[in-house]
Design a protein around this ligand. Structure first.
Ligand SMILES: Cc1cc2nc3c(=O)[nH]c(=O)nc-3n(C[C@H](O)[C@H](O)[C@H](O)COP(=O)(O)OP(=O)(O)OC[C@H]3O[C@@H](n4cnc5c(N)ncnc54)[C@H](O)[C@@H]3O)c2cc1C
Length: 446
């Protein structure tokens, strides 16, 4: 029997799986379609600072397996205080560009956090009917006391409840099933921006010494009792076992042909779990013309569509004249239809409103393109309306004794994150090592 193990995809799940298998003494090769490793972690240094065009934050450093890795490989981070808990971290602007009162705005943010938790527990007790299914329904159902918020506090509440939350799912609120989302867990300890070295350094460090073949696009996986043959643009590879870590977006597109076809439960999971969109535009200017204290700028746009509402102040961390604009869900898809000139023109107009008319042209820029990228086809998974509670476990489950699955979308609690992807890689490697596919063995219950 061929003892070769193949891992498909060199994102965080694939690298973690290969690392675990390699360190256990297995013969393992990673096949990666792109000419780089890291997958949806991708650090770009063309602006003179490390800008992560994919994942940028370690969400919750406590008990997070990425933290010791980041320390080991010299990745530097700084906290992003999204909820302005310590003050001075979030600066918000009205549509006309006038600044919003920080204290009132922060009160609105904090009111949302408290009210949302309250709403969750009261809904759990009430078991509302089928008319409250999406996160948008949940907001309309009413967060207690929200009508008492006015002015700048209402703006903080609105931004957090309708805009920021869209980034967490990379999906519009009317497409997200709040009940499924309850399985999501957030690690404690805040959010750390890995601005020095970025996730690229972390991925490269974890991949040291592994055999990774880049530029190898997997097209077909034929499996049976005697093992697996993986057909690629670079010829066929034979293996005893294969760990598949390609993004859910790639599985949805059906561009990898499984023979025999995947079991119906897995196909249904691939269809039903949502896969969102999230894009970034990073701009480097000749000099800093904005305040460096805040971590984030929130712009309460009243345009249709409301673009350029979320900004990261890279200068706060690096001291360099760099800003990053974020778009998620339908807004990200909208920006993907704009050419570079259009996208940048809109960004400059918004910056002009916020920081005065003397906004210089950027000296350089980079933008992501996850939706159009054939090896991601979107950003990350979310709890789509219509999804079943067992779907993530079905996606994670091995097929027979030869095909194993990892990747962020297979995690029962930490999907849509790098640490989640990492954990699924380790889990799949252990299944391979056990010789028995066990899946997570976790039943999600409502
Ligand atoms: C814009 C954006 C912002 C994000 N922000 C954060 C954040 O701040 N914090 C956080 O924790 N998470 C964040 N995430 C999510 C995080 O990046 C992902 O959850 C995680 O990186 C996924 O890792 P993975 O290994 O599951 O998949 P991937 O990293 O996508 O790896 C899959 C690999 O498979 C390869 N592949 C695809 N098709 C083929 C094929 N046919 N043949 C061979 N190889 C193939 C791909 O090239 C890729 O390298 C963000 C994601 C995006 C896109």
């Amino acid at each position: 029997m061929n003892s070769q193990i193949l891992v498909i995809g060199a994102g965080m799940a694939g690298i973690a799986a290969a690392r675990t298998l390699h360190d256990a003494g297995c013969r393992v090769t990673v096949l990666e379609a792109r000419n780089r490793i890291g997958g949806r972690t991708h650090t770009d240094s063309n602006l003179g600072v490390d800008v992560d065009l994919g994942a940028a934050w370690i969400h919750g450093p406590i008990a997070n397996p990425l933290v010791p890795l980041a320390e080991q490989h010299g990745v530097g981070w700084g906290e992003t205080d999204f909820f302005n808990i310590h003050g001075g971290a979030v600066m918000a602007f009205r549509p006309d560009g006038t600044p919003i009162d920080e204290a009132a705005y922060t009160a609105g943010i904090h009111y949302f956090a408290g009210a949302y938790n309250h709403l969750f527990s009261s809904l759990l007790a009430k078991q509302p009917g089928d008319d409250v299914r999406s996160v948008a329904d949940l907001m309309d159902f009413g967060l207690p006391g929200q009508e008492q918020l006015t002015g700048d506090a209402a703006a903080g509440f609105y931004y957090t409840s309708r805009v920021r939350i869209r980034y967490e799912d990379a999906a519009d609120l009317d497409t997200v099933d709040w009940r499924m989302g309850r399985a999501y867990m957030k690690l404690p300890g805040g959010d750390l921006l890995v601005y020095r070295g970025g996730f690229g350094r972390l991925a490269a460090g974890l991949a040291q010494g592994l055999e990774i073949r880049t530029g190898v696009v997997v097209e077909r996986i034929v499996y049976g009792p005697d093992g697996v043959t993986v057909a690629t643009n670079q010829g066929d590879f034979a293996a005893e076992k294969v760990v598949v870590t390609v993004p859910l977006g790639v599985l949805k597109a059906g561009v990898i042909d499984f023979s025999p076809t995947l079991p119906p439960e897995k196909q249904a999971a691939i269809r039903r779990i949502g896969f969102g969109n999230y894009e970034k535009l990073a701009l480097r200017f000749p000099h800093i013309f904005w305040p460096t204290g805040p971590h984030r700028f929130n712009y309460l746009s009243d345009a249709d569509p409301p673009l350029y509402m979320a900004w990261l102040n890279n200068a706060h961390y690096t001291g360099e004249p760099v800003l990053v604009a974020y778009h998620a869900a339908g807004l990200a898809q909208h920006t993907n239809r704009l050419n570079d000139e259009q996208l940048i023109a809109g960004a400059l107009e918004t910056l002009g409103r916020m920081f005065g008319p003397d906004v210089p042209d950027p000296v350089s820029y980079v933008r992501s393109g996850w939706e159009a990228d054939p090896f991601s086809r979107g950003s990350y998974s979310f709890s789509q309306l219509g999804m079943a509670v067992e779907d993530r476990a079905a996606l994670a489950a091995p097929v027979g004794e030869h095909i194993f699955f990892a990747g962020e979308a297979t995690h029962p609690h930490y999907w849509a994150t790098v640490h989640g992807a990492y954990e699924t890689g380790v889990r799949a490697a252990r299944e391979v090592l056990d010789g028995v596919g066990r899946g997570w063995g976790v039943g999600l219950s409502l």
